[in-house]
Design a protein around this ligand. Sequence first.
Ligand code: NAD
Ligand code: TYD
Length: 351
Amino acid sequence: MQKSILITGGAGFIGSHVVRLFVTKYPEYKIVNLDALTYAGNLENLTDIEHSSNYVFEKVNILEPEKLKEIFQKHAITDVIHLAAESHVDRSILSPMDFIYTNIIGTVNLLQTAKDFWKDNLSAHRFHHVSTDEVYGTLGNEGFFTETTAYSPNSPYSASKASSDHFVRAYGETYGIPFVITNCSNNYGPNHFPEKLIPLFINNIINNKPLPVYGKGENTRDWLYVIDHARAIDTVFHKAANHATYNVGGFNEWKNLDLVKLLIRLMDEKLGRPSGTSEALITYVKDRPGHDLRYAIDATKINKELGWSPSVTFEEGLSATIDWYLANTEWLQHVTSGNYQKYYEEQYAVR
Ligand code: NAD
Ligand code: TYD
């Protein structure tokens, strides 16, 4: 059976890298990118591959089950890689319902559509759910998240992703949907919407705007280059056993303030500013409510069982990311006009 893979959220940050990898590496597959093009979806992320003969884009919302059914039929979908989601913690604090609709109900719509469409031969198919390490909640100063760590989400975003993971498992156990789940740490890289820490700070350093560090900047994240995440999804999708879950991470923990200082050092150098100039932009602002202290992934299982490991160091990845933003000012201008300004005001003006 020829593979016809539905990649949801393929116009977003991580999704666009997954789409590109699959379209270019597997010319024998049909890749159907399904995306509602919310504020975070952008077809400019895919201009280099949009005319590939094995690629199709469908503007569809996962909250519309009838349209999902049509897409499964039209393209004879054999597999799903599900990335469509509301993905930003701060927005989930402002509007939790959007996260409940898309991340939970949207995921169940997709599971239900796949279950009905694949019913005659379920075991020939695969539903790969792309999730986050934030479902595990927070760590103290020690320890790592493993695949057996109990779920303990603290934000509306992570609670909605945890719920979607549970529904994927339930559809696997109850109805026999062959699923795999990956829980990945914080991604960074080209095409990242400038609401998350790294692209927001890159944009603000370019424009000499304040860098709003939440609390004391002591929270810690484990950062992974987005292309390495796409490689991990490729690996798990093709090699993992049914009903397996894998944590994906870079063994690359950074306290926010140390990361901001590294970013400033690299950017001042690239922008020809005297070293450390942009440190004056650091502004400590009110902390995020429910702010998880530390995320750290133990990625031993995917490394030992499937042979995946990150391909770039943090400094290489960060340097390539900054170069991408400096070379793609038009992309940055497009995504920071209009509604972005409104969001920025709401999030940061009275912080
Ligand atoms: P993103 O916000 O950049 O992109 C999300 C995409 O989903 C956008 O293209 C958007 O248009 C689309 N979308 C949103 N709602 C939709 C709907 N109702 N119907 C159809 N399409 C819809 O997100 P991202 O950072 O690329 O994350 C992708 C996935 O990976 C998410 O599931 C997220 O939870 C997960 N994840 C993200 C990270 C990270 O660091 N960004 C880490 C681990 C896991
Ligand atoms: P973010 O990129 O939003 O990812 P997540 O919350 O999903 O980990 O934030 C990464 C870290 O940076 C997190 O500890 C919150 C912090 N942060 C700031 O200090 N200032 C900001 O403006 C943003 C967006 C994040």
